[in-house]
Design a binder for this molecule. Structure first.
Ligand code: NAP
Length: 293
């Protein structure tokens, strides 16, 4: 079975648009997302543009803050503090990576945990990692992976889950989310001996390494659910742009072995933005709950 991330993400975005309108009608509150972009990195500019467009489609207000590449740390922190205090802003995202002279950790720490729609604040990550604690927000890409697994009918409890990659934004939080759902989780990274044999044991396989087609067909357990987070450019002279995008999984080889699998593109990618919108709506709901208390 092909897991159609594009269609699932669109359905979720439509649901969010409905919920946003309901919030406007019932509470006169329109969710707002602030996107902070430092410098002129073209990839980051594109990501921010896509996120703002998605907000507009869902009826979420977006506030762009385009700051010069040479901004100093204190001025950037002040922008974040002002956004923390702004009642029209329910989510703050600082597009990463930041230029080298800026302290990324300090900037992420400054974001109010109640507006941390990327889910990167250490308190939110800490809560995600701890038994009996719940984060206010979870990182969007692994959250999207969990929704795709649910859509594919994954049984988490007792399943063997293997996560390839342990980055702060994908692999690590994905592993934590799977543990919370009572899967038994193995994390494979660059120092793991024999990753293939680990993967062959996986009922659920989440690949987030950034290595084109690393996961071969014979790494996949028959019937496993495979979520491919990787987005890798490979040269392709027949393609218009001279390259094409492939995942971390050899899709052609794995698709007949897996019970369900995401394509690249059209799998995890569209889910990330849908989850950002969902988190922004949640930020506005948190504000409403607080106002009632
Ligand atoms: P990252 O920060 O570079 O982390 C890669 C992880 O993979 C690291 O933990 C690394 O291990 C591990 N790794 C690298 N080579 C390996 C190997 N040969 N064997 C086993 N493990 C290996 O990357 P990321 O930010 O997590 O992103 C991963 C992929 O997902 C990329 O292709 C990225 O473009 C994609 N991505 C997609 C979305 C989306 O929305 N679709 C969002 C984010 C990322 P060590 O820790 O030991 O170095």
């Amino acid at each position: 079975m092909l897991i159609d991330g594009k269609a699932i993400a669109q359905r979720i975005r439509n649901e969010i648009a409905g919920d946003v309108e309901k919030m406007v009608q019932e509470h006169d509150l329109r969710p707002g997302l602030a996107a902070v972009l430092v410098g002129e990195d073209p990839a980051s500019q594109t990501y921010v543009r896509m996120k703002r467009k998605a907000c507009a489609e869902a009826g979420i207000e977006s506030f762009g803050h385009e700051l010069p590449a040479d901004i100093d740390q204190e001025s950037l922190l002040q922008v974040v503090r002002d956004l923390n205090a702004d009642p029209k802003v329910h989510g703050i995202l600082v597009q990463l990576p930041l230029p080298d002279h800026l302290d990324e950790e300090q900037v992420l720490n400054e974001i109010s945990i109640e507006k941390d729609v990327d889910g990167f604040h250490p308190v939110n990550i800490g809560r995600l990692s701890m038994k009996g604690r719940e984060p206010l927000f979870m990182p969007c890409t692994p959250m999207g992976c969990m929704v795709l697994l649910e859509e594919a009918g994954a049984k988490f409890e007792g399943a063997n889950a293997v996560v390839l990659g342990r980055s702060n934004i994908v692999g690590l939080p994905a592993a934590m989310m799977l543990i919370k759902r009572n899967a038994t989780v193995t994390v494979v990274h660059s120092r793991t001996k024999d990753p293939a044999s680990m993967c062959r044991n996986a009922d659920i396989l989440v690949a987030a390494v950034g290595r084109p087609k690393m996961v071969q067909g014979d790494w996949v357990k028959p019937g496993a659910i495979v979520i491919d987070v990787g987005v890798n450019r490979v040269d392709d002279p027949t393609a218009k742009r001279g390259y094409r995008l492939v995942g971390d999984v050899d899709f052609e080889a794995a698709k007949d072995v897996a019970g369900a699998i995401t394509p690249v593109p059209g799998g995890v990618g569209p889910m990330t933005i849908a989850m950002l919108l969902k988190n922004t709506l949640r930020g506005a709901e948190l504000q409403l709950t607080k106002a009632k208390a």
